[in-house]
Design a binder for this molecule. Structure first.
Ligand SMILES: *Cc1c(COP(=O)(O)O)cnc(C)c1O
Length: 416
């Protein structure tokens, strides 16, 4: 890409200002400027989120939903306001459809353990895809062992494009659920989930969407998508760890039994039996991640205030620029070149193993991920043990890409 094309694409995102909000980006690593290119594994946190958590703990902390005193009421208000923020973020019809979990993994396990155990039986089929994260494979394996359900896997082509026709061919009278990623964490493919959901709904099959990599990169509208379940994880949208989200359509959540028992989720308990609260509280046994939920609310406000068009323009510019620069490097091959792609760039080099690439880059201040990216079946599909992966977020710049490119040229020199 020419410099003028890049300049013409210059987004309305004030990245310099954003970078000042992320204290960690000023921290040198091995005396080198930090080029943080691993946001797909976990994103860094803006000062606003850090301050919110500190302020909540210093000034407004108590347990939620039970105290008769002012502090508890205040903490409860803030916790429930965060739930409303999440509902608006996903355009969910009601905040009662937002269940707080620990992360995406727990959200999918909740659906498998509650909905799956209740409504699936031997021979029932669940359709996933070749580009799922282990979090959307293993919970279904557990049900396969327990119930004898059957997993069907929708393929991608050599470039990593999701094959909608081949997916539709897998739907049949035994299909009970489609559980599919919105964006691949390993190779960046954006799945046409609206079409996937339409095809599934023509057969009355509900759809769970794993939005872990979509929520940080694009506007998500569960009503426009008509998703039945939509999950994401707080730490990838610039929020804290320990907090995740399950959106579930109210009819579905209401039909589901609790999957964990304890405090917070009961109406009444005697020694003989318990009765349970309505969703979402039925699924939130025990003391929740209070300040983490409040911090997630702040992270979402921060992200949304930037404007999705601006966020996407910047990330697509970086993806294109990085793709061009990496293609200059002899012996480097990009893995995953789907037409619709989020700002995630997986690659291999003929001269070095991904782990060696990661180590050399680290010494140059460049943080990338090397490994199977919790997507071993996908690595198998591409006949690779691992890849190196650079992923971009709101704070990344062309300087980060240039630093990555220079470090890769060094790898070439050392191993080539
Ligand atoms: C990160 C990720 C997960 C798991 O998220 P956790 O926070 O580890 O639960 C699941 N699916 C995708 C696509 C991911 O990128």
């Amino acid at each position: 890409m020419s410099a003028s094309t890049v300049a013409a694409m210059a987004p309305a995102l004030d990245v310099a200002k954003i970078r000042r909000d992320f204290p960690i980006l000023d921290r040198p690593v091995y005396d080198r400027r930090l080029a943080f290119l691993d946001s797909a594994a976990s994103a860094q946190k803006p000062r606003q989120v850090i301050d919110t958590i500190r302020q909540a703990m210093e000034e407004e902390y108590a347990n939620v939903h039970r105290g008769a005193y002012w502090l508890s009421q205040r903490a409860t208000d803030r916790f429930e306001t965060a739930r409303e923020t999440v509902a608006r973020f996903l355009n969910a019809p009601s905040s009662d459809e937002i269940v707080f979990t620990r992360n995406t993994t727990e959200a999918i396990n909740l659906v498998a353990a509650s909905w799956g155990r209740t409504f699936l039986k031997e021979g029932d089929e669940v359709v996933i895809s070749e580009i799922e994260h282990h979090a959307n494979i293993v919970p279904w394996h557990l049900l396969k062992r327990e119930k004898g359900i059957v997993l069907r896997v929708a393929p991608v082509d050599e470039a990593g494009n999701f094959l909608l026709d081949r997916f539709e061919d897998l739907l049949n009278d035994r299909t009970r659920l489609v559980a599919i990623t919105h964006v691949s964490n390993a190779i960046g493919t954006i799945v046409p989930v609206a079409e996937v959901i339409r095809a599934a709904h023509r057969r009355d099959v509900p759809v769970l969407v794993d939005g872990s990599q979509a929520a940080p990169h694009m506007r998500v509208d569960v009503q426009a998508l008509d998703a039945d379940f939509y999950v994401f994880t707080g730490h990838k949208v610039y929020g804290p760890t320990g907090i995740g989200v399950l959106y579930g359509r109210s009819e579905l959540l209401e039909s589901m039994p609790p999957y964990q028992g304890g405090g917070e989720m009961i109406q009444t308990v005697s020694y003989e039996e318990s009765t349970f609260k309505e969703p979402p509280f039925r699924f939130e046994a025990g003391t929740p991640a209070i300040v983490e939920a409040i911090g997630l609310g702040t992270a979402i406000d921060y992200l949304q205030a930037l404007g999705w068009e601006n966020v996407q323009a910047n990330e697509q510019m970086l993806l294109q620029y990085a793709t061009e620069r990496l293609r200059e490097i002899p012996g480097l091959r990009i893995v995953g070149t789907a037409r619709d792609k989020a700002a995630i760039l997986s690659f291999v080099m003929d001269c070095a193993h991904p782990h060696d690439i990661g180590t050399i880059l680290d010494r140059s201040g460049v943080a990338i991920r090397a490994g199977h990216h919790c997507a071993q079946p996908l690595m198998e599909r591409f006949e690779l043990p691992a890849t190196a992966r650079a992923s971009f977020g709101i704070y990344n710049t062309r300087d980060d890409v240039d630093q990555l490119t220079e470090a890769l040229l060094q790898v070439r020199e050392i191993f080539g």
